[in-house]
Design a protein around this ligand. Sequence first.
Ligand code: PLP
Length: 354
Amino acid sequence: MPRPLRATIHLSALRHNLDVARRHAAHSHILAVIKANGYGHGMLRVARALAAADGFAVLTVQEAIALREAGFTQEILLLEGFFTPDELPLLVQHRLSSVVHAQWQLDALLHFPSAVNIPLWLKTNSGMNRLGFQPDTFPATLASLRQAGAKLTLMTHFARADENDGIAAQLSRFNTLTQHAKLPRSMANSAALLCCPETHADWVRPGIMLYGASPLPEQSAAQLGLQPAMTLGSELIALRNIKAGDEVGYGGTFKAPCDMRIGVVACGYADGYPRHAPSGTPVLVNGLRSRVVGRVSMDMLTVDLSNIPDANIGAPVTLWGQGLPVEEVAAAAGTISYELLCAVAQRVPMVEAE
Ligand SMILES: *Cc1c(COP(=O)(O)O)cnc(C)c1O
């Protein structure tokens, strides 16, 4: 028998979550963010499931070309633009759209004869202080791109859309800067899409919500009507009874407070399960809630079976997904759902389910 660990991708969940995004932002185009291999779900697989999206956003030219070669004809945006000027002919050849966030990109575009053929998303820094033109240089930048005949969309990105009132300052700065430009605009990530209709504008850019994880700390994915798109599942491969005082795993970080039954699960940090998940991190065995005990190893982890006496070798284990929100596991491990989803290792087989 092969190793039982696998990631199941629920295609109907992806489609459903896109519908949720559409219902919230009915008057906006949807740019489905599928960077980082579709947040770990497989970029082309996700694109096929989300083919009804108005466009896709990726990081690299290579990803964008792979989408074109798979037959996708909608808008494809490079979220950080081109990384070197010698990528520009490829952008024209494959009809790719590019973010412009820095002066060196602007200079390269103004020197490139076919630049007018590249739809540009001019990015302004409205307060996150990562990428984008400063508000004071923005008008001149906009003017030079208009003069060059570029097809433009104006964009910014929120640093704190997941917090109460987290968008107010950035929204007001962006609105002040762009309100008279008469150009399409884009601001919202998943959190802003779900909580702040005033950010929807012409294009919304949902990522994490399409994969069925909640971007909002105070609302679960289920409360938002989202369905998990990935279930990371495995099985018990060994069982043992231990005595009070026995230790489990490397470093003996878990010491049994009483006699216990322990199960070994085929999933470790080399599969992308977070090594920092402490004892107590939730897991499902036979569909029942249990917890990780002891340190996560490279290829295995150990769980408490004290309350699941029926669990035998081969019992199904859900590390996250249907029945166990990935956000809960992430929170227990001191990280976020994004990181867990993106980190699922190449060696984990991925299977598709409706
Ligand atoms: C990744 C990304 C998004 C999507 O963010 P989520 O929080 O996953 O919805 C949107 N816009 C930009 C610029 C991004 O880099």
